[in-house]
Design a protein around this ligand. Structure first.
Ligand code: BMP
Length: 209
């Protein structure tokens, strides 16, 4: 499989039919599909169908008290969920972790982000975020658009790294994998291409984690 998580973010006026069509084309090629709020707002009923094709990473960017985060995830089918590290441990991520242990599901924490504004605050806290993740997470999300930061994080973080920011956001496909990411999260570059499967294969031929 290619070291790729496909982000199923639908264009305006498209929903689950679009997402499942793309997933069907790529399910044998990728490690997971990422579903975020835009698709989820089109309904949660098809999450199970998508999970039959490949593991589903729910990109909820949870950032709340444990009661609310757990109240949300108990309503959804998924294999891994993404939360923000910055909400901290007690009465937040620790209890979320315990719930996920019971459900035998994975937790990914955002330690840094790919957009420019993340440098204003979030990306300066990456060390603290990694410490929190070290205690509680199976993996982290760290940006392909910040190669120097990604390298620093990879040096101290022993588990999985998912890296967004390739293609439309500017980083070259496979660049984060070459720096040690386990997989790249890629959305529009592939999903908006008229031949997504062929294009994905072309972009990632020879790219190995
Ligand atoms: P695209 O390849 O189309 O830019 O999509 C990237 C996906 O990854 C989007 O769903 C976005 O919300 C998410 N993402 C990101 O772009 N940067 C981050 O730092 C964290 C993300 O989850």
């Amino acid at each position: 499989r290619l070291p790729v998580v496909i982000s199923l973010d639908p264009p305006k006026d498209k929903g689950w039919d679009w997402a499942l069509g793309i997933a069907e084309e790529m399910k044998d090629l990728v490690v997971a599909f990422k579903v975020g709020w835009p698709l989820l707002l089109e309904g949660k009923e098809k999450l199970g169908t998508l999970r039959e094709m490949a593991p589903v990473v729910l990109d909820l960017k949870l950032a709340d008290i444990s009661f609310t985060m757990i109240n949300i995830i108990r309503r959804l089918e998924f294999d891994a969920v993404i939360a923000h590290a910055f909400v901290g441990r007690e009465k937040a991520l620790r209890e979320l972790r315990e719930e996920l242990n019971k459900q035998d599901k994975e937790l990914y924490l955002v330690v840094a982000m790919s957009h420019k504004g993340a440098d204003e605050l979030l990306n300066r806290m990456w060390r603290e975020n990694v410490l929190i993740a070290y205690e509680l997470a199976d993996g982290i999300v760290a940006p392909a658009t910040r190669p120097e930061l990604l390298v620093k994080i990879r040096k101290v973080w022993p588990r999985k790294v998912l890296s967004p920011g390739v293609g439309v956001q500017g980083a070259r496909p496979c660049s984060a994998v070459k720096l040690g990411a386990d997989a790249e999260i890629i959305g529009r570059t592939v999903t908006r291409n008229p031949s997504p499967r062929e294009y994905l294969l072309r972009l990632y031929s020879g790219c190995k984690a």
